[in-house]
Design a protein around this ligand. Structure first.
Ligand code: ADP
Ligand code: MG
Length: 143
């Protein structure tokens, strides 16, 4: 299944994240893809809001994993950009999170393709500057 959304402001992207989190179930996994500055953190803030997380959310730039426990289920926010080898993910206990009872959100999941679970939601955010500076296409696919 493939769905496509258009947003025209950060607020709309955040709102889409919020709605998706409201429908999320423990154990769900989301792979989040898109270039720098496209809106991944904005979307993630919406996810956190939808899970009723009260802690501030930031990009896990210098850590592989940021855990948020204050919501209706845990949010495990991974950024695996700096992973040299998928085996390094064993060290952070990746499987425990991915097959756990929270919502896993993984940025740069394409780098750890071989250890991704069989099913997950792929979310890709794209710009299209011909449509305006704040235009974003958000593609949601069930893998
Ligand atoms: P990333 O985490 O992908 O690097 P950020 O979420 O940190 O990107 O930043 C996205 C930037 O783009 C923000 O400055 C935000 O205000 C801006 N922006 C403009 N239009 C949109 C939109 N439709 N959706 C999300 N962000 C947008
Ligand atoms: Mg970011």
């Amino acid at each position: 299944m493939r769905r496509e959304y258009i947003t025209k402001s950060p607020e709309e992207t955040r709102e889409l994240g919020r709605q998706m989190a409201e429908a999320a179930k423990p154990g769900d996994v989301i792979a989040l893809t898109g270039d720098l500055g496209v809106g991944k953190t904005v979307f993630t803030k919406g996810i956190a809001e939808g899970l009723e997380i009260t802690e501030p959310v930031s990009s896990p730039t210098f850590t592989i994993l940021q855990e948020y426990e204050s919501g209706r289920m845990p949010l495990y926010h991974f950024d695996v950009y700096r992973i040299g080898d998928p085996e390094e993910m064993d060290e952070v206990g990746f499987d425990d999170f991915v097959y756990g009872q929270g919502l896993c959100l993984i940025e740069w999941a394409e780098l750890i393709q071989e250890i991704m679970p069989e099913h997950y939601t792929q979310i890709t955010i794209e710009k299209d500057l011909s449509q305006g500076f704040d235009f974003r296409r958000i593609i949601v696919e069930e893998i």
